[in-house]
Design a protein around this ligand. Structure first.
Ligand code: PMP
Length: 402
């Protein structure tokens, strides 16, 4: 991987923040955008902008082709067997809400159980909780250990005849743990239970193949994968999506409407009511081309090496404790420093152009498990370097010693 070339693809990395060069270590919150993504948005609006699927004119045809080409790129990127299995949504949050409100609504009833890991993001807890409240079902947490690994033997024991759904993150946005999702899916399937994999932190960092994983549903957020905000995807196995009743109704998802009945369109359009986020889908397609140009294998290798380097460097700081020490982890370092308020430290680092996040990272249950209510989090992307980590460590040391 030519890091200098990659860095020069990201215009924002040239800007100064508080008179310092920007060091972006908040990639788990969102990633920066390369030229090609920014240009694709501008080109789409300058040359092709139209609504899709409807008009009979040239621009409608072009916009439709661009939108569907982006869908095919995503299909290939995640290894889905057909573009029909790729539904455009706003992001992971909307994807999980869609599944809870359609598949969940169809299959989960009073007394049923949904298994979620203890390290889930709120967007993979709250939609299920809302469904449980409505249906009289309940959530059962899958326990983790103090390293931040799922306890697989405990997971296996949680299955009962009432288990209807498992929903798990591929990579934790707090701990960085890479979960053994393939194995977990296999176990769930042996009990006849479907699995949703939250890939918000997985897809940007690991090569993903949903067919190899045998995931029933898989989600990703474009903005965490160097694409625009407001666009993401829900992957679902065709047989499951076909049996699900649409969640939102409106234009763009129907074949025929009368006042007493509606015939829906085929997949994936029956889940895409209203005008979609066409330009940002095109932008996500450009981001995927960009990632594939670098190669997910190279990205994975670079980020895991940098994660090891950062873990070692941070661990050498007196009074600093890393939360999440799973042997198989990537890209995220959460930590606390004795006697120091995380948000105060994030503010001090910002004065030096270093962007890290402080807070609960929308995953309060896992922070409670580790006995804290806030951490500092440095998270790595494709453009980060050893120098970025050195600057972070220097910045921390300077303020700890003040
Ligand atoms: N799941 C995980 C693991 C995440 O890290 C995030 C974003 N922080 C989400 C879900 C939600 O993604 P979005 O806000 O893009 O819908």
């Amino acid at each position: 991987m030519k890091l200098d070339t990659i860095r020069s693809d990201f215009p924002i990395l040239k800007r100064k923040v508080n008179d310092h060069s920007l060091i972006w270590l908040d990639n788990a919150a969102t990633t920066q955008k390369p030229h090609c993504v920014i240009e694709s948005l501008s080109r789409y609006y300058k040359e092709n902008n139209s609504n899709v699927h409807r008009g009979a004119h040239t621009l409608a045809k072009e916009a439709t082709e661009e939108y569907e080409a982006a869908r095919k790129k995503i299909q290939k990127f995640i290894g889905a067997s057909s573009p029909e299995e790729v539904v455009f949504v706003r992001g992971t949050t909307e994807a999980i809400n869609l599944v809870a409100n359609t598949y969940g609504n169809l299959t989960i009833g009073r007394g049923d159980e949904i298994l979620l890991t203890q390290m889930e993001h709120h967007s993979n807890i709250v939609p299920w909780q809302m469904l449980c409240k409505y249906k009289g079902a309940r959530i059962i947490p899958i326990p983790i250990n103090k390293k931040g690994d799922i306890i697989l033997e405990e997971y296996e024991k949680l299955f009962t005849p009432r288990t209807r759904m498992v929903s798990i993150t591929q990579v934790s946005n707090v701990l960085g743990t890479i979960n053994p999702v393939k194995q977990m899916i296999n176990i769930a399937h042996s009990h006849g239970v479907s699995v949703l994999v939250d890939g918000a932190q997985g897809a940007p960092h690991l090569g993903v193949n949903v067919q190899d994983l045998d995931a029933d549903f898989y989600t990703l957020s474009g903005h965490k994968a160097y694409g625009p905000t407001g666009i993401g995807i829900l992957y679902g196995k065709k047989a499951l999506l076909e049996n699900m009743i649409p969640w939102q109704g409106g234009g763009g998802m129907i074949k025929d409407v009368d006042f007493d009945r509606t015939v829906y369109l085929e997949l994936p359009y029956k889940f895409e009511a209203g005008t979609g986020n066409i330009a940002d889908a095109v932008g996500l397609g450009a981001a995927i081309d960009y990632l594939e140009g670098i190669g997910m294998y190279n990205i994975e290798h670079h980020e895991q090496e940098l994660t090891r380097y950062a873990t070692e460097a941070l661990s050498s700081i007196n009074g600093l404790h890393i939360i999440g020490n799973a042997p198989h982890k990537t890209s995220v370092m959460s930590f606390i420093i004795e006697g120091i308020d995380p948000s105060k430290m994030a503010g001090l680092l910002d004065q030096e152009g270093i962007a890290v996040r402080a807070g609960h990272h929308c995953a309060q249950p896992v922070l409670k498990y580790f006995g804290v209510d806030s951490t500092l989090r440095a998270s790595i992307g494709i453009y980060n370097t050893h120098k970025d980590i050195d600057a972070l460590v220097q910045g921390l040391l300077k303020h700890i010693n003040q």
